[in-house]
Ligand binder design. Structure first.
Ligand code: DHB
Ligand code: MG
Length: 234
């Protein structure tokens, strides 16, 4: 086994008990995951990809980043059960707007029920279909520029989602990409996993783009060993 080969299927990385304990400590003392978020988290079981939502402390991190960026308009690639969407809808405030793109009608239905429970349905538009096509339509329709983008859908399409995000954002916008470490697999240039190659390609695109500053942060916790890319348009 190659040293970078994931030790478990990539959507169920092994989290150590210590990592879980620390996540639980911070989530219970600092983060405050309310009942609507717990409902959304638990409903992940009704989606096509259970347990893929961000951890509570990561959701709070997204909310804080969006608030720090002063985001009023957020675009999300990949809704699933809408767990991160609810954090982002709270970040944009009563006058804000979130558009979230989801391939699977089943997942979109689960998410919309969760938005209703969380009382944020009126701030969120869920668009069902392949996210590249939905984003193309937003570009074609001249959508008002977004301030913050969270890319968390099928990983091979990360470069296409970044390219669309660059056509849909204002100067100063923040772009966050989930699941960029994948149990360390990201460092394996020869990886045959198209999800790993999707991350490597988007990292390369960000590095090469004259108007983007970016970095990546590794994370450990209940979601195992993973990480986020954070980029900003100049
Ligand atoms: C995968 C996708 C996710 O968004 C996530 O949080 C975990 C895993 C995946 O495609 O494997
Ligand atoms: Mg993810």
């Amino acid at each position: 086994m190659n040293e970078f080969e994931p030790s478990a299927p990539v959507n169920c990385y092994e989290a150590s008990d210590a990592w879980r304990t620390v996540d639980r400590y911070f989530t219970s003392t600092l983060v405050g995951e309310d009942s609507a978020l717990v409902v959304a988290r638990d409903s992940g079981d009704k989606t096509t990809m259970p347990n893929a939502e961000v951890a509570a402390n990561q959701g709070a991190f997204l909310e804080l980043l969006a608030q720090i960026a002063g985001a009023r308009r957020v675009l999300e690639f990949g809704t699933l059960a809408g767990y991160s969407t609810i954090w982002l809808a709270r970040a944009v405030g009563e006058q804000g707007h979130v558009i979230t793109l989801e391939l699977e009608p089943q997942n979109a239905a689960v998410a919309e029920a969760n938005f209703h429970v969380a009382g944020v349905s009126h701030r969120i538009e869920t668009i069902v279909g392949p996210a590249t096509e939905s984003a193309e339509r937003l570009i074609h329709d001249g959508a008002e520029p977004f301030d913050f983008v969270f890319i968390d859908a099928d990983k091979p399409n990360n470069p296409a989602y970044l390219a669309a995000a660059l056509k849909l954002t204002r100067s100063g916008a923040v772009i966050v990409i989930d699941n960029v470490v994948r149990n360390g697999a990201v460092a394996d240039a020869a990886s045959a996993d198209p999800r790993v190659q999707g991350v490597r390609a988007v990292a390369k695109d960000i590095a090469a783009h004259p108007d983007l500053d970016g970095t990546a942060i590794q994370t450990v916790g209940e979601k195992g060993w993973d990480g986020l890319i954070i980029a900003r348009r100049r």
